[in-house]
Write a protein that binds this ligand. Sequence first.
Ligand code: MTE
Length: 332
Amino acid sequence: MLIPTRDNGYIHPCAGEITPRAVYEQRRAMLRLLAAGAGGAAMAGWAGRVALADQVRRPGRLAPLPGAPSAVPGAVTMEKVTEYQDATTYNNFYEFGTDKSDPARNAHTLKTRPWTVEVEGLVNKPRRFDIDELLKLSAQEDRIYRLRCVEGWSMVIPWVGYSLAELIKRVEPQGSAKYVEFVTLADKATMPYVGSHVLDWPYTEGLRLDEAMHPLTLLAFGMYGEVLPNQNGAPVRIVVPWKYGFKSAKSIVKIRFVEKEPGTAWNKAARQEYGFYSNVNPDVDHPRWSQATERRIGEGGLFAKKRKTLLFNGYEAQVGQLYAGMDLRKFY
Ligand code: MTE
């Protein structure tokens, strides 16, 4: 029987669990570490592991979404995970307002069921997926990614999801499909800023097909071991860890395979400032500010020492070959 209990001030139905929660969470984090580190060779010592085990705790606010440890190279960073409170209250989700605190305040109106994702365009097997079917299409994995926003801040977030490639393989893209476009929900009834002139709605994004097929490109359904909070893009979003955060489209309803580079929300809004590629690159400044450093959210506020931004957000070993021979100043 599930009895509601209080933990961290939030009610959750896990009193029926036989394994005490702290033990379960510790065990889960250890398994993740062992698998993700391919034996732990490149990992910090025991203290580091215990510290990480501490960080990936489920906050106990939303439904659990367990993931298996990811074996994808680069899928787990050992950096300190951002506090759940920060990751869920300092957001960009313009459909709910332009202030960082607006999404957490306003996104409760988003209805995440029923929800479907239409996969269409240049594929042999176009399909409409019900969200619960999409959730189970492949095994859910835990991944810990750095997220670098174009505005100069960054976070470290434990996501739950699977490689977008798993879905792409199933719909069989045709030879002429060169790009993937992501279309997100634009519902005036539940999203107060849709209809405003801030952006051209719906918010759309795009990737080259080989970028979309890269195993690090994640179709995310959860974070911190639970389903996504609305303000973070429920019920399903993309996460592309080596690109600026705006490439990671939230609350997607359509995935379209196309031949030509698709327009994207920010590219349409300010072409000279936001290119299609938008790879994190400390050497290519935004026209109005430097991209050389970043402020990690949760690290001592405005007066904290900034970190150096890394090429491809530190994922160069994994994704650098996608851009071999390209002029990254031209294709920014
Ligand atoms: N997706 C939609 N649909 N609408 C948005 O406004 N903002 C983007 C991206 N995805 C946005 C979106 C930006 S600018 C960033 S930095 C990330 O979402 C932020 O994701 P987070 O709130 O989970 O950190």
